[in-house]
Design a protein around this ligand. Structure first.
Ligand SMILES: Cc1cn([C@H]2C[C@H](O)[C@@H](COP(=O)(O)OP(=O)(O)O[C@H]3O[C@@H](C)C(=O)[C@@H](O)[C@H]3O)O2)c(=O)[nH]c1=O
Length: 186
């Protein structure tokens, strides 16, 4: 298992080594000791499975506010996604910057996204299964979101007319978010 810094401070890309033989393969996908050595969160309280039927669906951009802010560790077990994260930490030198990462079933990689980021993904295949651990409990009253195609963010998505939830269609713009909250204070 290799833990490498991602394109924004606090983001990590974690890759695995698969051991192949005539039966198939074996892969360790989590190692608490290694996470602790890198100073990463190693206490997870929920693990979620998200199944998406259609390619070109976007879920996001989502976050939870403190005290329910979440660190997320995201991997894909079926299909492929374009995973996107946006830094909303108040005072961060990379505030409002975004990054993205391809996650897919046959690439042994997962993404670690710390608290204070909004997160979303676009499915690149039909029948996508995304599994993610979080270090805080789901709290609907602490949910927030930003519009996936906000021009001030300028995220490059692989689809222009995605399938969206009603909630995500009505998310705040970055300007509205900043006006209301300034940013996320952790
Ligand atoms: C996220 C979540 C949802 N739910 C319920 C609420 C609702 O009835 C149904 C679907 O919820 P949503 O529409 O919010 O699901 P979804 O759009 O898949 O939300 C997820 O998107 C990705 C990008 C993330 O980063 C996650 O943290 C989460 O926000 O599931 C839970 O019970 N527990 C949870 O942890």
């Amino acid at each position: 298992m290799k833990i490498e810094a991602g394109c924004l401070p606090g983001i990590y890309e974690i890759s695995f080594t698969s051991h192949q033989d005539h039966r198939g393969s074996f892969t360790r996908i989590y190692d608490q000791e290694m996470f602790e050595k890198h100073g990463l969160q190693s206490h997870w309280v929920q693990e979620n499975r998200s199944y998406t039927q259609k390619k070109g669906t976007i879920r996001g951009l989502h976050l939870q506010f403190p005290p329910f802010a979440e660190t997320k560790m995201v991997r894909v077990s079926k299909g492929a996604i374009w995973d996107v994260f946006v830094d909303l930490r108040k005072g961060s030198s990379t505030f409002a910057q975004w990054g993205a990462c391809l996650l897919q079933e046959d690439i042994d990689k997962m993404l670690y996204i710390p608290k204070g980021f909004a997160h979303g993904f676009c499915t690149l295949t039909d029948h996508c299964e995304v599994i993610y651990k979080v270090d805080n409990y789901y709290s609907p009253s602490h949910e927030g979101g930003i519009l996936w195609n906000d021009p001030d963010l300028g995220i490059v998505w692989p689809h222009t007319f995605p399938v969206l939830s009603r909630k995500d269609e009505k998310a705040l713009s970055l300007k509205e978010f900043i006006k209301r909250y300034e940013g996320i204070t952790l």
